[in-house]
Design a protein around this ligand. Structure first.
Ligand SMILES: Nc1ncnc2c1ncn2[C@@H]1O[C@H](COP(=O)(O)OP(=O)(O)O)[C@@H](O)[C@H]1O
Ligand SMILES: [Mg+2]
Ligand SMILES: [Zn+2]
Length: 530
């Protein structure tokens, strides 16, 4: 297998980096004036040049060329070693797979050794937002007083997850999405050199699909050039536009059938066979938008093959308008925000989970009621349950009124309040909310609420601190006592309802038998996480 095009096309000199002129200029100047800092943070969407620039900086500070302005020269021994991935003083760490505090401690211990080949030891920590809190703290210690021979370059696609304490110690550079014409220009050059025949309008289509990521754009060209000797617009359209459309149709079927397992399976299959999560999400959105068009009786405008039209008209009839709108919102989030950048597919899974729960958006025909009784404290949870049962409007602020109950929680009680608890979570964090929506309440044992997920991935994400703490915090406030959360997977139908005592153990045993797993979440929670 030959190397992926985007790797062979990694810029080896500053001039080859496009669309980030401001950053390139600043970094070049720093090298030219010998004023390179000790800690940098490169933030921005994937495929925009963060790793590339980090390596260029590493090369620049270690280059052996006499003239500072000409560094990196790209042909001295050190430059060549960096290019070939064998420069000992360039250490690249993928925080996505080295998140523990031990990894960072190890790094800290090694850091005091002087560089072996170059002037500076450069640490590039990719996806740095994935570090655990304790690992961040360990890192912080090092950032406070970095040895003079060390340079840190932290890279992230999610700057909002970086603690302020870390941000304040770094020189920050925000990489932008690369504009379509700039991508087109670069692709043209690449195609010419690689002897790939491609039409201009196909290039434009690819550049658009890449939404600012040069890496995605190059990968698309790579993919298309392996399919056809000459890439025409219609080939590009066929491949980019409809390659996974059957998968999208299947996904919609699964969603209509309300099947979470089937839907996730379809998503995994698509990703396993190489679909890009963002593009896939975009295709889902396009499909749903077309359904909306059909629903609004403007379907004649759409250019569709007869078979596809039949399917789409069927789907359009079966999806309600509200459901369509909420699904479009959910999948648009997956396509643009790519919150789950660090885990391909998670954004899609969450969107699908949301798509399955019809309460995502309040139906427009339900007028949100102002709540006259809002300010009156209520002490009896049963009373509240009755109001809910009588069909009052959603009360997102409900959790603000603590409902202290005495004695242990019961499944019935939690069940009665489940929908409003979910709404309360939704007002605080849409990801946590989507995760919660994709779970099912299975049991309550003492002050422990047990929920079940259809996939380990979803379970593990809920078990992450920021999500589980939020849920615990909302429930604890709501019920006026410490509430713990346990996230499970496995066949929930087979899980017995607990009796007052020993129920949890029974659940555990049954789960083990079924090959499921338990994740316990610490009881303490804090509001500042929100
Ligand atoms: N600004 C850019 N200019 C030229 N090529 C780029 C740029 N950004 C990304 N690329 C291309 O995409 C590939 C991956 O880029 P990379 O720097 O690893 O992205 P990031 O670290 O931001 O995700 C590079 O090898 C290169 O081919
Ligand atoms: Mg990178
Ligand atoms: Zn050099």
């Amino acid at each position: 297998m030959t190397q992926a095009l985007y790797r062979t096309w990694r810029p080896a000199l500053w001039d080859e980096v496009v669309g980030q002129d401001h950053i390139v200029q600043t970094l070049k100047n720093a090298i030219a004036t010998d004023r390179v800092g000790h800690a940098y943070l490169f933030a921005g969407p994937r495929g925009t040049g963060k790793t590339t620039s980090a390596r260029l900086l590493a090369k620049g500070v270690n280059c052996l060329e006499d003239s500072l302005e000409k560094r990196p020269c790209n042909h001295c021994a050190n430059c060549v070693a960096v290019n070939e991935g064998r420069f000992l003083d360039l250490i690249e760490i993928d925080a996505a797979s080295n998140t523990s505090v031990d990894d960072i401690r190890e790094l800290r211990d090694k850091i005091n050794f002087t560089p072996s080949q170059g002037r500076f030891k450069v640490y590039i920590i990719d996806e740095v937002h994935m570090l655990s809190t304790s690992a961040f703290n360990a890192l912080l210690k090092t950032l406070e007083e970095p040895p003079s021979h060390v340079i840190f370059i932290l890279c992230t696609t999610e700057i909002h997850k970086i603690p302020a304490t870390v941000l304040s110690r770094c020189q920050r550079h925000e990489f932008r999405r690369i504009p379509v014409p700039v991508i087109v220009q670069k692709l043209k050059e690449l195609c010419k050199q690689e002897k790939i025949k491609i039409d201009d309008d196909a290039l434009t289509l690819i550049a658009r699909q890449a939404t600012g990521s040069m890496r995605d754009a190059i990968s698309l060209v790579d993919q298309l050039s392996s399919i056809s000797k000459k890439i025409t617009l219609s080939i590009a359209q066929d491949v980019l536009g409809t390659a996974t459309s059957q998968s999208v149709i299947d996904l919609m079927e699964a969603s209509l059938a309300g099947s979470s397992g089937k839907g996730l399976e379809i998503i995994h299959q698509a990703l396993d066979s190489g679909a890009d999560p963002r593009q896939y999400a975009r295709q889902v959105v396009d499909y749903l938008r077309d359904l909306l068009v059909i629903k609004m009786e403007a379907g004649k405008q759409l250019e569709l093959t007869p078979e596809v039209r039949v399917t789409m008209e069927d789907h359009a009839a079966r999806f309600g308008m509200n459901r369509l709108v909420s699904m479009i919102t959910a999948f648009t989030n997956a396509a643009v925000e790519l919150k789950a950048n660090w885990h391909p597919g998670l954004g899609l899974e969450l969107a699908y989970a949301e798509a399955l729960s019809p309460e995502v958006l309040p139906a427009p025909n339900v007028t949100p009621q102002p709540e006259p009784e809002q300010s009156q404290p209520k002490s009896n949870p049963k009373e509240k349950a009755n109001t809910t049962a009588a069909g009052s409007a959603p009360k997102p602020a409900e959790v603000e009124r603590p409902t202290p109950i005495t004695g242990p929680l019961t499944l019935d009680l939690v069940q009665e309040h489940w929908e409003s608890l979910k709404r309360a979570v939704r007002t605080r964090n849409s990801i946590t909310s989507a995760l919660l929506n994709s779970s099912r309440l299975v049991d309550v044992d003492g002050n422990t609420v047990i929920i079940n997920f259809s996939s380990n991935l979803l379970r593990d994400n809920m078990a992450q601190e920021q999500n589980s703490r939020l849920v615990c915090s909302v429930m604890s406030k709501y019920f006026g006592q410490d509430v713990r959360l346990i996230c499970t997977t496995g066949e929930q139908d087979a899980i017995p309802r607990s009796s007052a005592n020993g129920g949890l153990q029974q659940v555990e045993e049954t789960l083990k038998k079924l090959g499921g797993q338990l994740r316990e979440i610490p009881t303490e929670y804090s509001e500042k996480d929100e």
